[in-house]
Design a protein around this ligand. Sequence first.
Ligand code: GAL
Ligand code: MG
Length: 977
Amino acid sequence: MTDAPFDPLTALRPWEAPEVTSWGRLPMHAVDRRAGAVSLDGDWRFQLLPAPDAPLGEVWSSSYVPGVWTVQGTDDLPRYLNIRMPFAEFPPEVPAANPTGVYERAVDVPAEWAERRIVLQVGAAESVLLVHVNGRPAGISKDSHLAAEFDLTPVVRPGERATVRLTVVKWSDASHIEDQDHWWHGGITRSVLLYARDALHLADVTVRARRDGDLRVDCRVRDAGGALPEGWYVSGELDGHLLTQDAEFDRTNAEDERVSDFLGEARLRAAVPDVRAWTAETPELYGLTVRLHRADGTVADTSRHRIGFRDVEIDGRDLLVNGERVFIRGVNRHDFHPLTGRTVSYHDMRADLVLLKRFGFNAIRTAHYPNDPALYDLADELGFYVVDEADIESHDHAHEIADDPRYLNAFVDRVSRMVLRDKNHPSVIIWSLGNESDYGANHDAAAGWVRRHDPTRPVQYEGAAKRGWADPGVASDIACPMYAPLEECLAHAMSGTQTKPLIQCEYSHAMGNSNGTLADHWEAIETTPGLQGGFIWEFWDHGILQRVNDGRPAGRGGAGLYDNGVAAPGHRWAYGGDFGETDHDGAFIADGVVFPDRTPKPVMFEHREIAAPVRIDCFRHEGVVLSNHQHFRGLDWLAGEWELSLADGATRTAPAELPDLRPGETAAVPLPFELPEDGGEAWLTLRVTTAGDEPWAPRGTVVCLPQVRLRAAPPVRHTPVPGRPVEVGEDGLLVHPLLTAAPTLSLWRAPTDNDELGGMAARWRDWGLHAPARKVVAVRRDPGRVAVVCDYLCTGGAVRHEQVFTAVEGGLLVEECAELPEALHDVARVGSVFETAAGLNLLEWFGQGPWESYPDREAGAPVGHHSLPVDELFTPYLRPQESGGRHGVRRFTLSAPDATGLAVRLDRPRQVSVTRHRAADLAAVTHHDELVPRAGCVVHIDAAHRGLGTASCGPDTFASYLVAAGVHRWSWTLRVL
Ligand code: GAL
Ligand code: MG
């Protein structure tokens, strides 16, 4: 590979030189809005070389920019590893086999750009970018999630065609600090463009806009020729209101002879009266235009920004936005797309944020790197608090790198470039120094830079906060742990030693069927001073759409080949190991609150309710008490409708007049319905929707469904009918025309990811809970009544199970009792399982729903009359597992289109599931597309069902949601329709 022509950029071997963070790259600046740029997105000529110093071949293919070659038909496929690096070399070294993409295209440089400065901007490339233009070296850049700009004026001629070559080296010293938990790809992931500006220009604009209307705009002015021309000045306007140049500031600057010739600094000011402050609830934006003038008044440069007036401060252990202690209802969001891998369009980002708004989120941590500039524009516009995180994660070699002076440049470079770019966004309220990189001097250096450059925002870094929440040192103003047990957070908040706001940077790991105890967390957060929220891990299940026949990523051609969270036939959602890798971290990449196609998982409904802006506090004196749980808004943007659900009747509705409540206020409103004397259990729901169109939701979008119980269920009584026979076989199994498998005891569920990674599933397998031998001990027959006693033999001991079948008025009463020996102290479930004949395809139930819910994730599922086709009850988690459960079910019917079928009434609200899969079917496969639905239904009625917890990464469920050993009793009636 030595016969390649000499090239100074490759000769430097910058991919193994951490000290080299860039060469020829222009300084970072705030993103502004400029017209006239030429987009270079589209198909580029492309070659994938085996190493950066390998010679170019003869044959070119093509590659779409922006995009990663790993999903565009090359043999270098995506690879998923969480912590471990995909190669053994120690930092800063990389393997000799180092895929390198060479992108080339011709660009017509507009003739009217003569005399102007011509800039190439590469939105993002991973992990090292080498730029050649017309065969000449033009620059080097690292920092895979921020743009790099290069001054091409010396190497191109306006009016002529230029050849731009972008060489992207996949593995580098920088990969060691980009070891985030997601897919490894290679390519150019954000847009490429060319633009021109005058020699005299605004090099940067820094906006400080406070909630009292005080506006300060600092302008840095440069001239490409060196010395600034005499007499330049700046002007500005804010939505038509003129800003004034701060003469005091100019005077001070003019006295400094060192800078005045070549560095211009000017400050514009305004005191904006009656300012509409920006918050995530009220994302009020103003348009700012800054102009740079030559002495004769002509405009040399214009820079446009949308700004928001707001303050962020820390007061003791409270993080305040505009003086209010706001709750952070956050999520961690990666740049992900099931077809492009990493490239997300404006449309995608908007859809992500719109969905988050609709489900009650108000904050985003840009885990774990700066996002596309458009994401921050959208966060400003739709209203999100953003923790902006630098692209630093050295997870596998964290300790070595944190104090390695060779990486010092890179740390400061990455953090400072992020701050320089994003400083004008009102949405950004906190800077994060990165993720999982231990803690060392390199962090403190970066923190020092931020503190000097932007004293207006707090800094956070989990690695520093780990030293001690009360004293994280210079690198963190916030105690921002990940996956801290709730009791530890509470203990800290109540210890009297708390000094910083406690906002978890990651909590409630959303892998598979998860997020148990979210409501318990929020109850604690909302009632404990010192706790302020956190960021759920994470938004996406990063399943890449894959063709099953050839194992290739579907790429952009896969558009439309998925729906409702499910890949089309012949396709599946790939996770770690699916592209032929032998060393990988499997389904750990599928840990989001949405499926790879952005279909919300059931936890989203839980979150929406937990975040409800208006709630029903209680029912008393013929009325209910409503409260406003927002920080800044009234209820006027919401509309309401009352729903009365009676167990033994239809649902009734009535329009609701929402009271005029300021944040934190409560008011009693009279009950909208006369409660009928009969009708049993009664629930009142306030269906809250948007009263008008919001930028993120059309009028009528559901915001929350708060609920209160008005009347408890009366006890159920049964009247035996001793004359009616009960058919039970010699094997003790019920014989019933509609059942293809009689009710037996179930102690197991298809392990969830939490069950597997938390170690419970292994224990259950050891105990043999998935297939205990059933031994009939006794069958006793009386008129209209048969009692069966069985033992289920597990390694942890025998479980005695008794079933008494009694003919009662209106059907068959099944009374059950199971006694678990002490050794079986934490099983998945105790309950009955049976299977029905084919054709019963509709489930109607009175209980919680309509979406999936579990004992520790049920706060968002209101009680009511629900109905769904059986095929829609199941949630298609990427790795099949327990799914489709409904909590708090009081009774249900399973029916065929001709209304025949069966009806079940439970002794009290129970966990029920009706699916097409046995637990063993689910546990036997690795991907959803391998599941073969059964024709009949598999029905579980649980006396007790274990909570879900979050043990795949973080705390398990609470003790109160475990299934205890000892005696469990439950009963139900079965009736033929
Ligand atoms: C955290 C990490 C995330 C992710 C998560 C587990 O430790 O910061 O990047 O790996 O765990 O899914
Ligand atoms: Mg990590």
